[in-house]
Design a protein around this ligand. Sequence first.
Ligand SMILES: Cc1ncc(COP(=O)(O)O)c(C=O)c1O
Length: 364
Amino acid sequence: MSLIGMHKTELDTPALLVDLDKMESNIQTMADYFKTVNTELRPHVKTHKTPLLSHKQIAAGAIGVTCAKLGEAEAVIHAGIRDVLVANQIIGTQKIARLVNLAKQSDIMVAVDNAQNVTDISAAARAKGVTVRMLIEVNTGMNRCGVEPGQPTLELARHILRASHLKFEGLMGYEGHTVAKPNYAERDAAARHSVQLLVDAKHYLEKQSIAVPIMSGGGTGTFNITGSIPEMTEVQAGSYIFMDATYRNVEGVGEHFQCALTVLATVVSRPAPDRVIVDTGMKVLAKEFGMPQPVGMNGLEMVGLSEEHGKMNADASVSLTPGDKLEILPTHCCTTVNLHDRYCGIRDGIVESVWDITARGKAQ
Ligand SMILES: Cc1ncc(COP(=O)(O)O)c(C=O)c1O
């Protein structure tokens, strides 16, 4: 049965809803910001996992996309996108074979932080007859992946430049430890400190006559901090397209973007006046950033998620009974999307589009 034309409250639940006006406004707001600076936008696919939405971001001005996983890269490249950064280490024979295969069909770039991995990708690229573009991931304080700035970065750059069938394109550093700091001044200081390490690494390489054309980093929380640093060439923001209850509270981000993503829930039980149970548990709503929030309802608070149940505390003023529907705002849009097969795109309360989330679950 086609869902197009239905009112959103007629949809069966749980259902993932996207407010199209808000999403389009977010895409435009971010694109407009990047028209005012020299830095470009390379939106992250890990948030929406849907090539169609990458195409909308590119149509608004983005230069290409960022992916976390090869499975996401395959989805967007098969949908015709060429300029793709895999901002992750691609390790192991099977994955490297998939990477060089994609290099036949696109201008794929990959992050590296290890000399043996560089050697392995070079050998596979030579055997396949392709050139793979590389960014060195530098640890700028998040202490996740990445080589240290300075001499270790220089040695890895030299290793890439010596190897065949590789093109050294520059540096990447993700200041993920700073992006969700709610206070703008604190976030600004922490992000600038972090990005400066990447800028220093670039200058260190340039002193040895190694050109660093690409400088990639940033996220939704630092789009206009990292995006305004002259040495940076691109920003990898993802969540801005949908936003969530966490980023909404980040000063300087929540004001610019609107929460476009909700999960429609049905009340399945009102076992007590102070308790409402809905059919949206942790299999449709992520909870690692805290409890999702009912939208537009006073006196109602989500206090627990089990696999298939959401448990809410309710005031006496809350009149919900079984069969009633309400929308729940996720606290983490990226991991919530990954739990669903499709979006229902809503405009003026009506389903306008139904989109498959083609790269959901593509963890390999
Ligand atoms: C490598 C990388 N770049 C950018 C981002 C930014 O994502 P977001 O804009 O959703 O915070 C992330 C988030 O996890 C990331 O891991």
